[in-house]
Design a protein around this ligand. Sequence first.
Ligand code: ME8
Length: 519
Amino acid sequence: MSSAAPAYYLTTPIYYVNDSPHIGHAYTSLACDVLARFMRLDGYSVHFLTGTDEHGQKVEKAAAAAGKPPKEFVDEVSQRFRTLAKTMNFSNDDFIRTTEARHITSCQNLWNAIKANGHIYLSKYAGWYSVRDEAFYAEDELKPGPGGQKIAPSGAPVEWVEEPSYFFDLSKWQDKLLRFYDENPDFIAPESRRNEVTSFVRSGLQDLSVSRTSFKWGVPVPNDPAHIMYVWLDALTNYITAAGYPDTASETYRTFWPADLHMVGKDIVRFHAVYWPAFLMAAGVAPPKRVFAHGWWTNEGQKISKSLGNVINPVQLVERYGLDQVRYFLLREVPFGNDGDFSHGAMMRRMNAELANDYGNLVQRVLSMINKNCAARVPTPGAYTEADRVPLGSADGLLPVMRDAIRRQHFHVALERHGEVVGAANRFVDEQAPWALKKTDPKRMDTVLYVLAETIRRLAVLSQAFMPDSSAKILDQLGVDEGARDFVRAFAPGAALIPGAVLPAPVGVFPRFVVEPAA
Ligand code: ME8
């Protein structure tokens, strides 16, 4: 990548290591992976960050429950998130852990900068705290729980906390934040989340407790190690740590900060869209450009929770249905931003109808016909007819359409449009009936098959970000050079399959899922 390539920095949340990863974690990182791959193919110098959030009471308690020292416990669970990234074929450039030295230095520097600017003061916290959410709640935010006890809006239990604490003067940031949202209309997406955040800020902000004294597992406050930094201040800072903070003169920092996108679930939008820009502005650091908060997955209509025993293990899904099938399904099934429901029925339907029957069948029948009828070589086309320009034109037009959708994080739209071009190409096969042309007009058959092979080349180039392995298999079968698969080269004027080039024997790419009969 040349140094002139525009930069794109995107992040996933860093996941708590209190438990094993599940489909929700895989989903957020998958969306980022697709975006990262797409932007790289589109000529960007991408920095894609993920990692684990390893401090705080929640993790400390989980370690105690597992009977392990915290460090040993977090090493083990963090590794499971790395393994998941590998299993899901995530192309992250870095994996940050909040227990790393680089991060602790970064947190303490950020703290010092905020403090030096007069935005942190020492006082005492007396109020509610939820360990599960790692969040402070005001009395009026709580609701009555099933047994009459107070619970957080998320349903998590809360406890009363009274201890010395440093505070961040969040109450002074209301106007600045509202102005920032106004001046940066793309900062929070989708619209519903933007409205939620602005009305929360408009309703008034209270100063935020940013240190705890009742436990030890975290980053010590500089010059006052009896205080441990609030885990969210620690966690959010990961995004600048990985960009090289506090070395703001470094090449990486200057290239990648401010981040282009923090991808998060809707549960943590407040931390990212309110606290985080306020902390950064208070430290004199530029806030990120955008926070996208996606929706929530349920499992066959039920909330996913360990206590209900219905946690979906993404690794098992991949073993059952195939990696690219799972990657496709998760981003195709639900309009990105909305809540979605996982069901095996829906997974099988989409994988059979859209991948096996539509995309897979298109590739399979065209490549087999070429193999059989064109001596396994790219056919030589004659002059194009009007009809030929339809699939070719729509495949060319797909690049700007998908680019626009992906930049707005409308992954489902990108896949829907891709599927429409697959559909158009399948109709073209049926209308042109190349198998019949074999006898009547073999030259025309060659042209039809060339048009189809060229359409498939473009479709496969454009599906790479979503389904990297399957798309590579298709491009291999078309003999497309690995160096010619990025958008600039693949869509350059004159880029095309070379007539006469020898092709490998075709192999199926998207198998049908067959339900095994009960034994
Ligand atoms: O909140 N559906 O970590 P976390 C969709 N450490 N997405 C889901 C999901 C579901 N059912 N369940 C989880 C934390 N997610 C903090 C973040 S960032 C500085 C610190 C995804 O392990 C979703 O992205 O609880 C959600 O925001 C994230 O996992 C929460 O992960």
